[in-house]
Ligand binder design. Structure first.
Ligand code: ATP
Ligand code: MG
Length: 314
């Protein structure tokens, strides 16, 4: 069986995720090529801080959208979460300053130190906002995300909740300020800090809607037939489910061909068969695609296209 449904026009965001080293980048790159070859304008996005799209495609990419030479409809970007965060801070510095100034007892110097503090997870949050902004912009038909291994990808997906909590705290502090202004001045006129909180709230809603929209977004799980990978896959599917994301398809990569005639390969395949059986049993409601271990690593456009022709179907 192959991965299907990727050409559906309602499907915009396709994320590949799983344990370290199982083939996420390979699947994401070959999905990008498959979609581009099927006349879809595709943007391949790396959200893994240890970017490897450039290595996989054999083309330099970097943190700006780049059209992939020789593939008309494919572009790619390796998101720099750090840069996304500093852009955010520059864009909203006035609003953030105003929020802290009116809602806390901090003075100018204290506010400077708060703004300079690293907030755990905020760079990932901003990395995700970059993805959402791309989708909003709507220049491409498909956005394919190569995520970092499990833990990081899950943190990325908790973004809406994280940001929502932050907005709630800020809004609460603002209410106190608003109450004070109203008591002293009689009436309160919303300012740019209020607009900022509102626009952040809208971003959260948009992301939640996007991630939970079954037809607009699909998370494809990549795994290998090994005990530890299966356990991690199971935990990840459960966590995704809690965020309202239902995984429907899974790739089992690195499967040794059945007809291999060396005893070593046969031994490994027998062991793999055990695990493939376990996967089919545990995830009986998922569509499973087997990807065979290739004699060479999968690097460069031709190798990725080749594997794509086996992995994807309309
Ligand atoms: N079916 C396959 N046959 C042969 N080599 C493969 C296969 N799938 C992936 N590879 C190779 O395995 C290595 C790891 O693959 P890849 O980088 O796609 O994994 P990843 O899950 O993205 O890893 P990371 O968690 O480090 O980001 C690469 O060198 C890739 O070329
Ligand atoms: Mg990778």
């Amino acid at each position: 069986m192959a991965l299907t449904g990727l050409l559906e026009s309602s499907l915009k965001l396709i994320l590949f995720g799983g344990k370290g080293g199982v083939g996420k980048t390979t699947c994401a790159s070959s999905a990008g090529l498959y979609l581009a070859n099927n006349n879809k304008n595709a943007l391949l996005i790396s959200a893994d801080p240890a970017h490897s799209l450039s290595d996989s495609l054999g083309k330099a990419i970097g943190d700006g959208v780049k059209q992939i030479e020789g593939v008309d409809k494919l572009s790619a970007i390796e998101i720099s979460a750090e840069k996304a965060l500093s852009r955010f801070k520059i864009e909203y510095e006035d609003e953030l300053r105003r929020l802290l100034d009116t809602s806390t007892y901090l003075d100018g110097e204290d506010i400077d130190s708060v703004l300079a503090l690293p907030i755990p997870g905020i760079d990932e949050v901003m990395g995700f906002k970059t993805i959402v902004d791309f989708i909003e912009e709507g220049k491409f038909d498909k956005y394919i995300v190569d995520t970092a291994p499990t833990g990081h990808a899950l943190r990325l997906l908790t973004f809406p909740e994280l940001l929502d909590d932050w907005i709630k705290v800020m809004a609460k502090m603002r209410w106190k300020y608003r109450y004070m202004v109203t008591s002293f001045a009689g009436k309160y006129k919303p300012d740019s800090a209020d607009d900022f909180l509102m626009s952040m709230k809208k971003t959260v809603k948009k992301i939640e809607g996007l991630l939970r929209g079954q037809s607009r977004c699909e998370f494809i799980m990549v795994t290998i037939p090994e005990d530890m990978a299966i356990k991690e896959t199971e935990r990840m599917i459960k966590s995704l489910d809690q965020y309202g994301m239902k995984v429907k398809q899974m790739v089992i990569n690195h499967v040794i061909p059945e007809q291999a005639d060396c005893p070593f390969c046969q031994g490994r395949r027998e062991e793999q068969d055990e695990y493939i059986g376990q996967i089919r049993e545990k995830f009986s409601d998922l569509k499973i695609t087997i990807v065979l271990l290739q004699p060479h690593e999968i690097k460069g456009i031709d190798a990725l296209k080749n594997i794509g022709s086996m992995v994807f179907a309309a």
